[in-house]
Write a protein that binds this ligand. Structure first.
Ligand SMILES: Nc1nc2c(ncn2[C@@H]2O[C@H](COP(=O)(O)OP(=O)(O)OP(=O)(O)O)[C@@H](O)[C@H]2O)c(=O)[nH]1
Ligand SMILES: [Mg+2]
Length: 245
């Protein structure tokens, strides 16, 4: 589940080999790249101050700010990446962690393909709150939505309050799709979180398409992820009807 070796080629400075993630060759495209084949919605959630905005900014804009500017409501980002010959656009909603706005965030769970839940490795409470974030997410999103668990601020090793093994085991128990530690400050694994997000969503999309083709051979195999996103929405609606939120 823990996987942070994919961009080895890059870190080794080997320009002759393509960058690989899973079975795909990848290229990160500019933020304002307009053409895309598939798009997916992602939300970034977790307690206030764990570094959700810094992590997203580092991955997309390669910046880091030591000052704390709490997000008010949400901030929207896009991350464009080419996987083999397909351009994937991730629509990323970076949400505010403050309790005051929590009910507002639940509106963002619908249609979400993937939720990135972030805690800070140096603040145990933020890890303990993961249970609450998972509960909220599962009550309001489709059961098909993927979940990543990210332990941020790994540069603060000497202040560590959450063991990596403990978080990894928790992730396994709770069926998260990927656990990784990262640092928005040093950039370790920051971009990899979103590269892995694109890979896992694209894998899942392909699986869904294969299943559809087997069930109904004349269906289209290309589109904008809409059929898949509609399925997520339908599942979220069903969740609502069950009265679980
Ligand atoms: N040392 C260190 N500090 C970090 C890291 N990531 C974020 N920070 C700092 O933590 C503080 C909070 O970061 P934000 O990204 O604003 O946190 P947030 O989760 O978006 O907070 P809300 O918007 O209030 O929900 C800032 O002062 C950042 O500079 C990291 O990886 N390492
Ligand atoms: Mg923020």
């Amino acid at each position: 589940m823990s996987d942070n070796q994919e961009n080895q080629n890059q870190s080794e400075g080997d320009n002759t080999k393509p960058n690989m993630v899973g079975k795909y060759e990848y290229e990160v495209l500019s933020e304002d790249y307009t053409n895309f084949d598939l798009s997916f919605k992602i939300i970034v959630i977790g307690d206030s101050g764990v570094g959700k905005s810094c992590l997203t900014n580092n991955a997309i804009k390669n910046t880091f700010n030591d000052a704390y500017n709490a997000t008010v409501g949400f901030e929207f980002f896009t991350f464009n990446i080419k996987l083999n010959d397909k351009v994937i656009k991730l629509q990323i909603w970076d949400t505010c962690g403050q309790e005051l706005y929590r009910s507002l965030i639940t509106n963002f769970y619908r249609n979400t393909s993937l939720a990135i839940i972030v805690y800070a490795i140096n603040v145990k409470d933020t890890f303990e709150d993961i249970e609450m974030w998972l509960r909220e997410l599962r009550a309001h999103s489709s059961p098909d939505a993927k979940v990543f668990l990210i332990g941020n601020k790994v540069d603060l090793e000497n202040e560590r309050e959450v063991k990596k093994e403990e978080a990894e085991a928790y992730g396994k128990q709770n069926n998260v799709d990927l656990f990784m530690e990262a640092s928005a400050k040093t950039g370790i694994n920051a971009q990899l979180v979103f590269i892995k997000a694109a890979q896992i969503l694209y894998d899942n999309y392909n699986l869904y398409q294969d299943k559809k083709i087997n069930e109904k051979p004349d269906l289209e195999t290309e589109g904008e992820g809409d059929n898949y996103n509609q399925k997520l929405k339908a599942n979220a609606d069903q969740n609502d009807k069950k009265g679980c939120c």
